[in-house]
Design a protein around this ligand. Sequence first.
Ligand SMILES: *Cc1c(COP(=O)(O)O)cnc(C)c1O
Length: 397
Amino acid sequence: MERPSTNNQQPTTNFETIAVRTQTERTQFDEHSTPLYLTSSFIFEDAEDMRASFAEEKEKNLYSRFSNPNVTEFIDKIKLMEGAEAGYAFATGMAAIYSTFAALLSAGDHIVSCQSVFGSTHTLFTKYFPKWNINTTYFKAENSETIEDLIQPNTKILYLETPTNPAIEVLDLEAMGKIAKKHNLIFIVDNCFATPYLQQPIKYGADIVVHSATKLIDGQGRVLAGVAVGKADLIREIYLFARNTGPAMSPFNAWVLSKSLETLALRVDKHCENALKVAEFLESHPNVELVKYPFLKSHPNYEIAKKQMKLGGSIVAFEVKGGIEGGRNFLNKIKMCSLSANLGDTRTIVTHPASTTHSKLSDEERNEVGITAGLVRCSVGLENVEDIIADLKQALD
Ligand SMILES: *Cc1c(COP(=O)(O)O)cnc(C)c1O
C-alpha cells in the first residue's frame, strides 16, 4: 500500500500506550496533538514523483479516497490494538462489512455464519448476496459444534459476532478458529461488542476483524465509522475494492475517532464495571425473568467468556415479565436512560427489539434468533451506576 505509516509507534504491546502514542509524523509546527488534514488530494514534486507514487514504488498519500494522514493514524491504532498486519477504514460499519465480503467473494461462493448477526448484515446475506449467487447457511450459537456439517466444497468464509446482538450469546473463538483453519476458510469476526480491549479474535485465528466504530470505538455517539483489519493479502484486496468503489472514512471522522481511542480502555473498563452491577441488580429483581450478561455465572457460556474476554462488555440483555406489553411498559416508564437505536455510548440506552427492530417477525421467527417478547437490551453507559440502577428499578417496580 502506498500510504505512509505513522512514524512514532512505540515499541510496546501495551494497549493504553499504543492508543495514546501512535501518532502521525509531526509537521514543521511541532504540534503535540495531530492536526486535521482536510484535503482531498496531495501534490507531487515532478512527473517522476507522480509516476513513482502511482506505481506504488514509494509510500505517499495520493488522494483521500485511497489514504489520508488522519485515517492512517486511526487505522494504525486499531491494527496494533487487534494485532493485525494491515487495515482500511470506512464511512460506516456496514461499509466495512459489505466491502469485506464483496472484495473476497465471487459468484457461487458460500458463507457459513452465526444466525444472530447484526440486522443489516443479515439482510446482506438473505436479500442481496443471493442476487449474485452467494448463499449463506446459518448455525445457531448453541449448536456451534455442528458447523462442520454445514461446510460445502464452495464455502469460503466463516463469519460470526461474539457476543451476539441482542441475545448476548458467546461463541468460542478458539474452537471456531480451528474449524476455519482445518477447512481452509477465511475466518471473519465482527468484534464490535467486545472491542479490541476486551477480546482480540486474531489471537484465535481470525483472518479479518471488522468493526462498527460508531459504537464503543467512538463511544460518544458522534460519528458513524467502520474498519477492517487483518492479514495483509486479504486487506490488500479489500483496500483495492474500497478505493475503487468509494466507501472511505472522512478525515474529520478519523481525527475524532483517533482521539476516542486514547480513552477506549478507560471507558470500556467503566462500562463493564457498571454493566456487571446492572446485571447483578436485574438478576435480583422479581419482575425480571432472565438476565444475559457474559460475566454472570448464570450465563450458559460463562466459561468461554472468561477464557476469551477480559471483562463482560457493556451490553446486558434481560427478559421483563409480561411479554411484548411488559417490554413496552418498561420502556414507557424509563426516565433518565435514552430510548435510542445506538449502543456503546456514554449514555445508557434501552431498546425493546420485539416491538421495534424485529416487530415484523412472527414470535417463532423471533425466538429463532433469540429475541423473546419481553427482551430488553441495555447498553450500560458511564453515568453513576446508582442512577442507572435507580432508573431501571423504578421502571420495573
Ligand atoms: C452497529 C453495528 C454494525 C453496523 O455499523 P454501522 O456503523 O451502523 O454501519 C455492524 N455490526 C454490529 C455488531 C453493530 O452493532
